[in-house]
Design a protein around this ligand. Sequence first.
Ligand SMILES: CC(C)(COP(=O)(O)OP(=O)(O)OC[C@H]1O[C@@H](n2cnc3c(N)ncnc32)[C@H](O)[C@@H]1OP(=O)(O)O)[C@@H](O)C(=O)NCCC(=O)NCCS
Length: 171
Amino acid sequence: MTESFTLRAPSADEHAAIATLLTAAFQGPDEARLVDLLRRSGAMLLERVAVDGAALLGHIAFSRVTVTDGDDTVRIAALAPLAVRPDLQRRGIGSALVRDGLKELRTRGEDLAVVVGDTAYYPRFGFSTELARQVSCSWSGPAFMAMALAPDADRHLPVSVAFAEPFALFE
Ligand SMILES: CC(C)(COP(=O)(O)OP(=O)(O)OC[C@H]1O[C@@H](n2cnc3c(N)ncnc32)[C@H](O)[C@@H]1OP(=O)(O)O)[C@@H](O)C(=O)NCCC(=O)NCCS
């Protein structure tokens, strides 16, 4: 039971606990492997964790998306994965991680965020399937959403993009 938590960047010595959390939340090792490969490949842009003291409650990752056709000055981050400890889901931790991560990306000058996920969940943060139609990639489809982080982000669109290479694990 937790009512309070803090959001911050993880330290390297928390990587094993993050892998354990991801494996539990996704009921398998693939997302933990993805996060490990994103770190090793240099594509990881941002990781944040929700903690209550020493206890790890949740984790979010954003990685670099590269432009393959179009305005290559646009800065795009992919949200994946997002996970909350199974016994602590539906208490606002996931939402807090998403909002905190998007805020940090704005501060860093990212133009757009994209996500492949549940369209019942991500639109509440500003993600839209409509905007995503102007971002073409191998993940394009009904679960692909995009969100402007900068006020003039759509001046860069349309673009074709590629997710970081480790996402090939899921294709
Ligand atoms: C998805 C996940 C990160 C959400 O985190 P959370 O802390 O449980 O979610 P929050 O408490 O912030 O949000 C709860 C709200 O989201 C909704 N919600 C939670 N998971 C949802 C899902 N998979 N699809 C649709 N809605 C979802 C709840 O119904 C609730 O809605 P309400 O506020 O209208 O009642 C968490 O459930 C999880 O780790 N799931 C397993 C891993 C996963 O599927 N990750 C997402 C894909 S990358």
